[in-house]
Structure formats: structure tokens, C-alpha cells
Design a protein around this ligand. Structure first.
Ligand SMILES: O=C(O)CCC(=O)C(=O)O
Ligand SMILES: [Fe+2]
Length: 296
């Protein structure tokens, strides 16, 4: 059985992308300082506390999944924009006009949780059979606690990115992605993996932040998970990654072929309900979409 390749902070994006291509996964140990993890945890803990556990095996009966991290945590935004992650995604993903944030989620696996069924994340796309070697996703799992075999470290099958689709591998085919707090597991949408069983007395916490090609539908709806009033305060590069950009020549335009980022910014000009300057009045019951002014 192959093991997961391990790198240290300072590894190049090329090495990470190469490991993703070869094995479908790799670990970069201690990619962020423990102080960053602690700051992130302070910001998200109130939301995790009130998150209900999952309702079936896949989401996990003793597991909490807390999303909307861009809206809820300034530190999570830094993880979303981590330069190594973005550079690795840029290199790993096949030819693309844009890639985008796919989902943000704290995954807190509580004591007593059983192993999650082994799966490919790309099955989220309605089980579309992507051609072998074509990777639509580049994913991260940041360890917010130490990850151990005992506490539910993610189980991965290195090399299974080249396996046939639709398999149901067993746990004995997997290895535990053990890693210290602050480390990051990079993995593709095509590698077979799953959350581990937690046989310890404490919670295993992670930030799962994933990215996908710009022409796919996002798993977490970023436009609603992060309310427009919050989004307007965010930097352009983060907003573009969240989907306020065109996924290709015309994917995601607004109204009269307008760029979503320009529309978001225009609607924030203090005009309140989105009718903006230059908004066309269409009459009762019709939605007003701001039109571009000659200065836009
Ligand atoms: O929590 C984990 O370690 C992995 C979770 C996972 O793979 C998923 O929810 O898709
Ligand atoms: Fe997964």
C-alpha cells in the first residue's frame, strides 16, 4: 500500500500539483502556525457550538458541519486565499479560464463517530463520469486539531485517483492522513477517501475548503452564504474566487452581460434595494436590475 507524500512549509506549488497528479493527495505539514488555527477556532466556535449533527452516515451522526466560513471568519478568508493552495490549484486543474471556491466547512467529528463511507468528492456533480485524469476539483482539509488514526484522521487511498469510478473501497485499503495541527491535506476530487472513525474522547476538527473549475455549479452557494452587505466589504480577489467573476466567456453574467463584481459594487452605492444609479423602472411586479451607467 502506498503512503501519502509529506512536505513541509516552503514546498513549491509544482511539487504539490505533481503529487496530486500522481497520488491524488499529499500532506503539507504545519503549513500555518498554531496561532492561526487558534484564531480561526475562536471565530468559528460559536457557530460550531450551535450546529446540529448530521442525520445520516455520510454527513455523520456525531459530526457537525458548519459552513459559510467566508462570512463568519476573517481568518478563514486567509485560508481560502492561501497562496500555496491557489497556486497548486492553478497548476493542478486542467485548462481553465477560472476556478472558484466550491465550499467552506468546519468538519468536527465527535467521539464515537463511525467511519464515513469512502467516496470521491466529485460524485457531488450528480455522479458525472469525468474522464480518467481530468480533475475538476482541488481540495484542502486543514487540521485544526492533531489528526490521528484514533481521532478520525481522514482516510485516503493514495493512487486511487486513477481507479475506475463507482467503486466501494473498504477501510483496509485506506491510510490515515495523520498530521499535526496546522497541516493541510491536499486531495483531488477523484481520489477515494472519507472521514475516519473517532475512537478518542475528543473532537477532531478540520476546515474543509475546496475549489472547482469555474464552469461547474458550486456546492456551497457563496452568493447567499455570504450576504451581499458582507461581500461588499471583501477584496476583489476573494470575491472573484467566490464566484463574482465570469466562469468562462459568459458564465455568470448579470442582466445586460455585466460582470457580477461590478454589479455587486454598484449596488453598494447606498441606494439600498439594488435599484442602483441608473436602475430601470419596469413597472409594478417587475424586478429592477441596475443598468450600467456611461461611467461604469
Ligand atoms: O472529515 C473528513 O476527514 C473528510 C470528510 C469528507 O471527505 C467529506 O465530507 O466529503
Ligand atoms: Fe469527501
Amino acid at each position: 500500500m502506498t503512503t501519502l507524500q509529506r512536505f513541509q512549509r516552503g514546498v513549491s506549488a509544482e511539487r504539490v500539483a505533481e503529487a496530486l497528479r500522481d497520488d491524488g493527495a499529499c500532506i503539507v505539514e504545519r503549513l500555518i502556525d498554531e496561532s492561526v488555527v487558534d484564531a480561526l477556532w475562536r471565530e468559528v466556535e460559536p457557530f460550531v457550538d450551535v450546529t446540529p449533527t448530521g442525520r445520516e452516515d455520510f454527513s455523520g451522526l456525531a459530526t457537525k458541519r458548519t459552513g459559510a466560513l467566508v462570512a463568519r471568519s476573517a481568518t478563514a478568508r486567509d485560508l481560502v486565499m492561501h497562496p500555496l493552495v491557489l497556486a497548486a490549484a492553478q497548476q493542478f486543474l486542467p485548462r481553465h479560464t477560472a476556478f472558484q471556491l466550491h465550499l467552506t466547512q468546519i468538519i468536527a467529528i465527535g467521539p464515537g463517530e463511525t467511519a464515513q463511507p469512502i467516496h470521491r468528492d466529485q460524485w457531488a456533480f450528480d455522479f458525472f463520469p469525468f474522464p480518467k485524469g481530468f480533475d475538476a476539483q482541488c481540495n484542502t482539509i486543514w487540521a485544526l486539531t492533531d489528526f490521528t488514526e484514533e481521532n478520525g484522521a481522514t482516510r485516503v487511498i493514495p493512487g486511487s485517483n486513477s481507479w475506475a469510478d463507482g467503486l466501494q473501497p473498504t477501510l483496509d485499503q485506506t491510510v490515515a492522513a495523520e498530521m499535526p495541527k496546522g497541516s493541510c491535506l491536499f486531495y483531488s476530487g477523484s481520489v477515494y477517501h472519507g472521514g475516519g472513525a473517532n475512537r478518542s474522547a475528543s473532537t477532531r476538527a478540520a476546515a474543509n475548503i475546496t475549489y472547482a473549475l469555474g464552469w461547474l455549479r458550486q456546492e456551497e452557494n457563496q452568493y447567499l452564504a455570504c450576504p451581499p452587505d458582507v461581500a461588499r466589504e471583501l477584496p476583489d480577489d476573494l470575491l472573484r474566487l467566490m464566484g463574482y467573476s465570469l466562469g468562462a466567456y459568459a458564465l455568470g453574467y448579470v442582466g445586460d452581460l455585466r460582470d457580477p463584481l461590478a454589479v455587486l459594487r454598484q449596488n453598494g452605492n447606498g441606494t439600498g434595494n439594488g435599484t442602483g444609479h441608473g436602475g430601470a423602472s419596469l413597472g409594478a411586479g417587475l424586478v429592477e436590475v441596475p443598468v450600467a451607467s456611461p461611467t461604469d
